[in-house]
Design a protein. Sequence first.
Length: 302
Amino acid sequence: MRFIGGVIEKLQRHPKRVVFPEGEEPRILQAARQFHALRLGAPIVLGNQAKVKATAAGLNIPLENIRVIDPAASEELDNFVRRFHALYRDKGIRATEAREALLQPNFFGAMMIAMHQADTLVSGAAHITSSVLRPLVQIVKPAPDVTTISSCMVMEVEDTRIGENGVLFMADCGVVPDPSVEELADIAIATARLARHLLNVRPRVALLSFSTKGSASHPSVGKVQAATAMAKLKAEQSLLEADFDGELQVDAALVPEIAERKMLDGKIAGRANVLISPNSIPATLPANSSGSSAAPTPTATS
């Protein structure tokens, strides 16, 4: 598709080292092989060598040009343990606990990023969100100006009238289940920054609700209204070029005809390319937005 194709072209020009902590998973080995086949960079899979080889053999996946690392047998393990122990010695972590942590693939992969042995990490096929994010937060650390860790989903649909030529950024999809006003504003800002970086366009951010511009009265509506005002202020203070509007129902945010019918004006109504939900349940797209591909993406770690 268009957006994914653009990402592939950029990676082919600037290949990256990607570590896949779930190296014993069939889908992960297939993804690692495809990553190499498309000339996107160097795939690194973590796992028990014998199990990885057995899984790959069962799938007829050649492991040439795929680096396989068993954290328990790695020559870097002792160095990683010392590094992690030094980070958290003052908080009472023992060296044995540091070793136990680094034997976990997600922790080992996060330390590879911190030690500049990999550029990024792809995980979550078999691990829950918290087990993926915790090592990143503890080892890689959030960006200096980030106070709320969040995530978003990048979705590309066939209908190019939706979003930005068919591309939508939707947040938060799984990290903050019930954000406060300030957290919701932070999520809107972080997602807008990511959208601007990846799309190179001015983000049009809709903060969603079951209400549109006061059509209903509820505490959650007031939260979205307050978060919208706060996001606008934060964007001005950080010199982020983006537009914010809310509260809006999802159809009013995405479909120009519905926005016009509800007598909404402005730069966002019917034209949003970023959707911010007031809870962790992603908004439902209009029925005509079939044929989509989506990828969850962290928005607030560096």
